[in-house]
Design a protein around this ligand. Sequence first.
Ligand SMILES: *Cc1c(COP(=O)(O)O)cnc(C)c1O
Length: 401
Amino acid sequence: MSVESKASQEKQKSIDGTPHFIPYGRQWIDEEDIEAVVEALRSDWLTTGPKVGEFEKEFARFTGAREAVAVSSGTAALHSIMHAIGVSPVDEVIVPPITFVATANAVVFQGGKPVFADVDPETLLIDPEEIKSKITPRTKAIIAVDYAGQPCNYDALRAITDRYGITLIADACHALGAKYKGEKVGVLADLTAFSFHPVKHITTGEGGMVTTNDTKLADKMRRFRNHGIDSDHSQRAELGTWYYEMADLGYNYRITDIQCALGLSQLRKLPGQLIRRQEIAQQYNKAFSGIPGIRPLTLVPEVYHAYHLYVISYCPRGSNTNRGDLFIKLHEKGVGANIHYIPVHLHPFYQKRFGYQKGDYPKAEKAYEQIISLPIYPRMAERDIRRVIDTVTRIAEVYAA
Ligand SMILES: *Cc1c(COP(=O)(O)O)cnc(C)c1O
C-alpha cells in the first residue's frame, strides 16, 4: 500500500466511531506531485527559475491564451490586472456582489471604486442588464466572476464593453477548465485571473495566474510582480550584468520555482479531475431533483461548468427553518457545507468606505439567505457522495413534512 493511501485510510477512521468529516473542497496531492517538488528543491533555482516560465507556457497552452503570467496568489493576479489596465482613484470598476472579497479589494488596492451590479438570481452570475445602469464616464472595466465554475454570459458582456470602450476582465478563480460556447475560460475576457489555493482546481499552495493575448500588458504584469523592475535575477545572471531599471512601482508578487513545479504536475491531472467534478455534480443534480425546498443553481446552455463549487438554494416552503439551520445540521453530521458568499457590499469596510447599505442589491441579498455549497472535489469517495445526498435529503424531508 502506498504511503498516500495509508494516510487517507487513517483519515477515514475516527476514535468514537462517528463518521469522518467531509470538507467542502480539498486538494489532491499524489506521489508525482511530491517528487516534482523535491526535484525543484534539489535544483539551483528555488524562486523565479525555469519552472516559472514552463508553468506559464503550459498554462497558456491549456487555456489557449497567448500569454500567462504566474504570480503569488489569485489576489495578486487580480491586483496585477488592475495595475496593468491603469486603474486609479478616478476610476470605477463594475463587479458582482456575490464573490470573494478579493475581487472588489483589487480595485481598492489601486484607489479605484468597486461599483456592484446585481446578479441573476438563477445563476448568481453578474446580470448584463444590471451592468448597463451602473456604467458612468468613470467606468474603466467590468470584472465578471465565473461563479461556482460556470462562465458568465460573455457575448452580452462583450457587447457592453465594446459599446462603451471599457476592458473586460474575468475572475475565473472558480472556473479553470470551464468553457463558454466551446471556448475556454482564459481567452473570453481581455485578461483573466486564476487562483491555485488548495480548494481550487489545481494548487501550488498559494499561487495565481493571469492569462491574456496582450503581450504588452503581460510584460507590465511581469514587472509589477517583481517590484516594477525590468528584468529578473535569472535573466541578469544569463546576461552577466548587474544593471536593471525600476520603471513603475511594483510589489513582490513572485511565485517560486518550487510552487511552479507543483503547478506543472497538477496541471497534467486537471482534465481527468474536471470529468470527475462533472460526475459528482450530475449525481447531486439527479438526487436533488424533486426534493422539497432544494434547488440547484440553474445551468446555462452552451457552457461547460468546471464545478469548483456545487451550490444549492435551500428554501423550504411553509417552514420557518432556513439555510442557517441546514448548515448547522449538516456540520453535526460531519458534512462540511459552506456559504459562498456574504455579499461584498454588506461587509463593514465597504459600508464605511463607500457607503453601501443593506438593500442596495436585493437579488444578491436574497440569494445569500438561501445558498449553501455542498462538498465537491475530485477525490471524493462514492460513499461520501452518497452520505452527502442522504444527509441533505433526510434533513430537507423532515422540514418539509
Ligand atoms: C480564491 C478566489 C480569489 C483569491 O484567490 P487567492 O489565491 O486566495 O488569493 C479571488 N476571487 C475568487 C472568486 C476566488 O474564489
